[in-house]
Design a protein around this ligand. Structure first.
Ligand SMILES: [Zn+2]
Length: 356
């Protein structure tokens, strides 16, 4: 083998090496056990005596040259800067849009109505969804024989077979033992009882919350829905105060041109009682399928708090008067947003929820 030719080959090959893998391949080919240097060395003993020393020196020099070339190349390859990560990111590409959540339409309507009442001086109070039969019915002057107390109209809860005696939070002593049935509240009105039992008049309170009734589910009924209860108690609260407050609410929610009417009705917990209609927001009172050709839409029930309710909570019915009303949130939201099926609120379909 011609050592000069090998030198030229090495010089050109080393130029083209760019990776540790290529360099290792190069090293094995020249310095490996069966590499070119090993082959050259193995030919030396067969050379004439006088040439051996010179050829041995040449091979050794070649080997050292290869070693130093490999060392230099090694340094070059490892010292090469790592490609900065920023070049992997094309800043001219459009970004990935983050999906933002938002409030549920029912929550929006609750917030809107509570804000309107809050501006009128009402405070917002919440109560438990599991109620006593007393707060849900008896304290609200709903007699035992009233159909709403029937098991077909209220979710009664099964009590454990042993007595559960809750500790009073304030004293740590045993509170009065729970008597009577527990139920899922069928309206938000029991919070009237809770508030009046724990606070003194004057009161102006609104109560948003979930209520439960064993209704078969269809486009306008659900076993769970939302109400807002409102009531005001003080000396000299009159029916005209109720009318003024409800008119302010209807105009704030549905617009200034809305008309209202009060129809006499019966509720056990108010006397006199009235159902309240607004002029149909779809047909402006001319008559359409939403209002059943009547031109009016029923939105809530209301009245002056019954003296018996004051008696149950220990208020002096001769000294105080008050009004109360309750409205269904889903009904308001359906009218406001033009939704025709109550089930849409609870199906969690993003195609529906994304529209609000
Ligand atoms: Zn109409």
């Amino acid at each position: 083998m011609d050592i000069e030719a090998i030198k030229t080959q090495i010089d050109s090959e080393i130029q083209n090496i760019n990776s540790p893998e290529e360099l290792e391949d190069f090293r094995v080919r020249f310095l490996g056990r069966k590499g070119i240097i090993a082959q050259l060395t193995s030919t030396i003993p067969s050379l004439p005596q006088q040439e051996r020393a010179a050829v041995g020196q040449d091979v050794n020099a070649l080997k050292n040259k290869i070693l130093s070339l490999i060392n230099e190349k090694q340094k070059l390859i490892t010292a090469r800067p790592i490609q900065p990560a920023v070049t992997l990111c094309d800043i001219s590409m459009p970004g990935i849009v983050q999906d933002l959540g938002h409030l549920h339409p029912i929550t929006k309507v609750v917030d809107e109505i509570c804000t309107i009442f809050n501006r009128m001086g009402f405070s917002v109070v919440e109560g438990p969804e599991i109620e006593t039969e007393y707060n849900n019915f008896t304290g609200l002057n709903i007699p035992l024989e009233h159909p709403s107390r029937d098991v077909f109209d209220t979710f009664y809860l099964k009590l454990p077979r042993y007595p559960v005696i809750p500790l009073s939070r304030s004293t740590g002593k045993q509170a009065n033992r729970q008597t009577g049935k527990l139920l899922l509240r069928s309206h938000t009105s029991p919070v009237q009882i809770r508030v009046m039992k724990s606070r003194k008049a004057p009161l102006a309170v609104v109560v948003p919350g979930r209520v439960y009734r064993p209704d078969a589910v269809d486009a306008s009924h659900s076993f769970m829905f939302h109400q807002i209860e409102g009531f005001m108690v003080d000396k000299n609260i009159r029916f005209s105060d109720l009318k003024g407050v409800l008119e302010a609410l209807a105009k704030a929610v549905f617009g200034k041109d809305i008309k209202m009417r009060f129809r006499p009705h019966f509720f056990p917990f108010t006397e006199p009682s009235a159902e309240v209609d607004i002029s149909c927001i779809i047909c402006q009172g001319k008559g359409c399928s939403v209002c059943g050709k009547k031109g009016w839409l029923e939105i809530l029930g209301s009245g002056m708090i019954h003296p018996n309710v004051f008696k149950y909570v220990g208020y002096d019915a001769k000294k105080y008067t008050g009004f109360a009303f309750g409205l269904g949130i889903e009904r308001i939201a359906m009218l406001k947003y033009g939704i025709d099926d109550i089930r849409l609120f609870f199906e969690n379909d993003l195609r529906f929820l994304g529209q609000f």
